[in-house]
Design a protein around this ligand. Structure first.
Ligand code: HEC
Length: 126
């Protein structure tokens, strides 16, 4: 009689371990799904006197204008050309989106830093 009780306990423990392990696998896979490969900033990232034409415009064209252009402007945000981009610097709409809702479209930390620097430097047409 005592033996069968112990066996039940054993199965209970195995069950619990299985549940914990599968939970761990699920949690782990979720974590990996959400991982966006981020390119960190290194010393080669130049954020001094960022040029709109040479730095900001190409970054936006690479990452953003497919959805925010003259003919299709998601959320009425147009990131084509200086005048349109400059409008989005009001109230930090542009910079907030880079680390907020649009984070998944830009993963290079240096590119984010350049856009932020350009805005901080007065978002001039340079
Ligand atoms: C695949 C299409 C797509 C791409 C690429 C994209 N966006 Fe968006 N964007 C959207 C949509 C849809 C919305 C509105 C809904 C939302 O906020 O998710 C939006 C909203 C915005 C807004 C409005 C405010 C906000 O945060 O919602 C800004 C600013 C913006 N995007 C900037 C950018 C920037 C900067 C990039 C490039 C790094 C970018 N978007 C890339 C589709 C896109």
């Amino acid at each position: 009689m005592k033996k069968s009780i112990n066996l039940n306990r054993l199965f209970q423990y195995i069950g619990m371990i299985l549940i914990l392990v599968s939970f761990g696998i699920v949690m782990n896979s979720c974590e990996q799904d959400e991982l966006v490969p981020t390119k960190p900033i290194d010393s080669s990232c130049d954020t001094i006197n960022v040029s709109f034409d040479l730095a900001v415009r190409p970054i936006l064209e690479k990452n953003c204008t497919s959805c925010h252009n003259n003919s299709f402007s998601a959320a009425k945000i147009n990131l084509e050309g200086y005048d349109n981009v400059n409008k989005t610097t009001v109230n930090d709409i542009l910079t907030k989106s880079l680390t907020g809702s649009m984070k998944s479209y830009i993963s290079d930390e240096c590119e984010i830093a350049k856009i932020k620097a350009w805005v901080n430097q007065g978002s001039i047409n340079n």
